[in-house]
Design a protein around this ligand. Structure first.
Ligand SMILES: *Cc1c(COP(=O)(O)O)cnc(C)c1O
Length: 449
């Protein structure tokens, strides 16, 4: 059934909230005719997951913090009863769980997944090409002098608002590459300092994230010994994120959580350029099909994925096909530095055009309020970007768009047995003074949010 996309009352309200930077939930209109742009399958996701496994012994050697997990880059799945109570959910709306990527080792954010995967893939390709790594060989050979000398002659660069730079810089320098990170003006000081302490070159750019990426891309274009991790177009990043879905399936099984018609799974994913949440949503949709519902979360001033999805659905008639948030009069100013992105990744947008269930926006005050609630109820320390997931269930339960979504998909009777999984995407390495500042701002705004 095709829903005509005439701007009815709900659409008018959505547009107004979007332009006024007020929190909103948008759900993707059903369209029977959209072609599926994705060229990947679950096998590609498995290959990424296998790559992490091949590298695990080497990672455990390079990063002593990974020894207990034998080199696995993974995070716990946590039941969050205290946070659910603090959020005062209506009765019979299911259970709140947290996927604790804020605690991912090495990078301290979700970027450990995509970022590490891409640099590992580059190192593997290079080492095989140079005859330094044979099929089936123990990857710890890449820590030996011959491989390190090879890597030392190559440069890895990336443009980032901060966290991707941290992930790429740390893994690239640990393998012995020369590493350069192009940062936008809004990147946090401590993130730059942490990279410089590891010998990574940090190049600061006056403009926003997109300008930092463009500068890095241009600098590496003509360097045959240079490799640019392109956050706006990289399949390797995407598949590295997607691999999280396979591990999550196993964690859900171990936790005794069923995902089926009568037990829907809702996943709330903070979104910047879109690569991380799209990769994960892609993997989850391949595994759980219509029983998983994926919602992206963006700051009210940086909803780049929302405007891209709305434009793709014909709901922003005056905007270009690949609009930026500036096209709708927003300013990209937010404390959620990991999400401060003006334009969505076209790769992520193409894959999500037929898969994403919805996008909602969050005001900064609410991010801080949820950050403080989470610390006070569960003792977890996250950064503001990583708090964007927590207002998703509220949006779904209380907004007109959320009610319509539950109704259209026949979900209302199953909500008591629903699982709501909030993905907390960063925070492990936030300095204590910085966290205390977040906490006091959050406690003072929690009263109204
Ligand atoms: C990068 C990031 C995201 C979103 O990832 P994108 O690929 O940019 O969409 C979410 N949370 C945090 C903390 C991040 O650093």
């Amino acid at each position: 059934m095709n829903v005509p996309d005439a701007p009815d009352a709900l659409h008018r309200q959505t547009l107004q909230s979007l332009r006024e930077a007020m929190p909103l939930l948008w759900t993707r209109p059903a369209r029977a005719t959209t072609a599926d742009a994705s060229t990947w399958t679950l096998d590609d996701v498995r290959h990424a997951s296998d790559r992490f496994q091949r590298f695990a012994p080497l990672l455990a050697l390079l990063f002593p913090e990974l020894a207990p997990a034998e080199g696995a880059i993974e995070s716990p799945l946590l039941r969050a009863e205290g946070m659910q109570a603090a959020l005062r959910w209506p009765r019979a709306m299911g259970k709140l769980w947290i996927k604790a990527d804020h605690d991912l080792p090495v990078a301290g954010s979700i970027k450990a997944r995509g970022g590490l995967h891409e640099v590992l893939e580059y190192a593997e390709t290079l080492a095989r090409r140079e005859g330094l790594l044979q099929a089936g060989q123990d990857y710890r050979v890449l820590a030996e002098p011959a491989a390190r000398a090879c890597f030392a002659g190559h440069r890895v660069a990336v443009g980032s608002t901060g966290n991707l730079g941290l992930a790429i810089g740390v893994i690239a320098s640990a393998l012995g590459f020369q590493a350069a990170v192009h940062m936008s003006a809004d990147a946090k000081k401590w993130k730059k300092a942490r990279l410089r302490a590891r010998g990574v070159t940090v190049v600061e750019h006056a403009g926003d994230y997109q300008k930092a990426v463009a500068a890095g891309r241009a600098e590496m274009r003509d360097d045959p010994r240079g490799y640019f991790v392109d956050d706006e177009r990289s399949p390797s990043l995407f598949l590295g994120y997607a691999a999280a879905a396979l591990h999550l399936r196993e964690q859900l099984r171990v936790a005794g959580i069923t995902v089926d018609d009568a037990h829907p799974l809702f996943v709330y994913l903070p979104c910047g350029v879109g690569g991380a949440p799209a990769g994960i949503a892609f993997g989850l949709k391949e595994i759980f099909g219509p029983h998983v519902h994926c919602f992206f979360a963006e700051p009210t001033q940086s909803p780049c994925f929302l405007v891209r999805m709305m434009a793709g659905s014909g709901q922003l008639p005056d905007a270009p096909a690949a609009p930026s948030i500036y096209d709708v009069g927003l300013n990209n100013l937010t404390e959620a530095d990991g999400l401060a992105v003006p334009r969505a990744s076209e790769l992520a947008a193409a894959v999500m055009a037929t898969r994403l269930d919805g996008v909602y926006t969050v005001a900064d005050d609410r991010l801080f309020a949820d950050l403080a609630r989470l610390y006070d109820s569960e003792g977890l320390r996250i950064e503001p970007s990583a708090a964007a997931g927590f207002s998703g269930p509220d949006q779904l339960f209380t907004s007109a768009a959320g009610q319509a979504y539950l109704h259209t998909h026949g979900l209302a009777p199953a909500m008591g047995d629903a699982t709501h999984l909030v993905w907390t995407t960063g925070g492990r390495f936030v300095p204590p003074e910085e966290f205390d500042r977040f906490l006091s701002r959050g406690r003072s705004s929690a009263a109204d949010n």
